[in-house]
Design a protein around this ligand. Structure first.
Ligand code: PBG
Length: 320
């Protein structure tokens, strides 16, 4: 076995998988203000940017060849309500950011998250009645949220809320309003994970959620077969692409989903995974670049067609 591994040229020649810039989707955080830039303590190296700085950063990402970004807002606490109505305000921060990016004629795909948590006073992804996140009432709000995002120019709607039936409902709403070309990337197998902690700091939903959790709608980390049922339903309802989330602890799910369905399958290397790698590298315990590239290559080996990663820009620069 070692003959093929002896020289660099031979190792390159026998490599089964390759990471390229086309595999990268960059999640970004947007905030209100002029020329505002904020660091996020639990995600060293990641910043929240106000709209014009975001447009600049997205322009650079496009120049590096990154195919798509995913936008997440840090909503002003004064705009958060129990019914999360800001989610479907066509002038909300996400819609303004999308219009600014599209207005700047940047050649990059724009993905918008559909879920109520950045806008709800309780930090849940859906509407809460008597302490329970209700399904069908939430679908109405999600449909309206998807619609304002599509109207703003979003290319891909990515529901991350894990309500039942949301893909079918959103597809129907989009089609009815003339947005039949807008794609749906479903967070199909999304687990109730501890690895979202830093993200909830980044969008400011951690405080709202408090000691609450999302276990009545996000998946149990114990389950694998159930992920295939989730994906099958989302495909039947009209998903164009599916996602598994988190990433590294769920590579078995990525593999099974890709093997079973063969449709475009993405993995989200989430905030907590980023924090583990970046935090260890900061202490000098890991080599940042090597750990980053190895972790991303592992997604390709598992069968992912692409990876949402906070390392996207850094990786694109290195691959160049
Ligand atoms: C919101 C949402 C979350 C993430 C993406 N969309 C957090 C959650 O479900 O609590 C997490 C992303 C990350 O951790 O990087 N529905």
């Amino acid at each position: 076995m070692r003959r093929n591994r002896r020289h660099d040229w031979s190792r390159r020649l026998t490599a089964e998988n390759h990471l390229t810039v086309d595999d990268l989707i960059w999640p970004v955080f947007v905030i209100e203000g002029d020329n505002e830039r904020e660091s996020i303590a639990s995600m060293p190296g990641v910043e929240r940017l106000s709209v014009e700085l975001l447009v600049e950063a997205v322009g650079e990402a496009a120049e590096l060849g990154i195919p798509a970004i995913a936008i997440f807002p840090k909503t002003d606490p004064s705009l958060k309500t129990d019914d999360a109505a800001e989610a479907y305000n066509s002038e909300n921060l996400v819609c303004r950011a999308v219009r600014a990016i599209k207005g700047a004629k940047i050649d990059i795909g724009v993905i918008c998250d559909v879920a109520l948590d950045p806008y709800s006073s309780h930090g849940q992804d859906g509407l809460v009645k008597e302490g329970y996140v209700v399904n069908d009432e939430t679908l109405e709000a999600l449909g309206q949220q998807a619609l304002v995002q599509a109207e703003a120019g979003c290319d891909v709607i990515a529901p991350s809320d894990m309500m039942d039936g949301r893909i079918g409902h959103i597809r129907e709403v989009l089609d009815r309003h003339g947005f039949e070309h807008v794609q749906i990337l479903s967070y199909a197998a999304k687990y109730a994970s501890a690895f979202y902690g830093p993200f909830r700091d980044a969008v400011g939903s951690a405080g709202s959620l408090g000691s609450g959790d999302k276990k009545t709608y996000q998946m149990n980390p114990a389950n694998g077969d159930e992920a295939l049922r989730e994906v099958a339903l989302d495909i039947a309802e009209g998903a164009d692409m599916v996602m598994v989330k988190p990433g590294m602890p769920y590579l078995d799910i990525v593999y099974r989903v890709k093997e079973t369905f063969g449709l475009p399958t993405y993995a989200y290397q989430v905030s907590g995974e980023y924090a583990m790698l970046a935090g260890a590298a900061e202490r000098g315990w890991l080599d940042r670049e090597m750990a980053m590239l190895e972790s991303l290559l592992a997604f390709k080996r598992a069968g992912a067609d692409g990876i949402l990663t906070y390392f996207a820009v850094e990786t694109a620069r290195l691959l160049r």
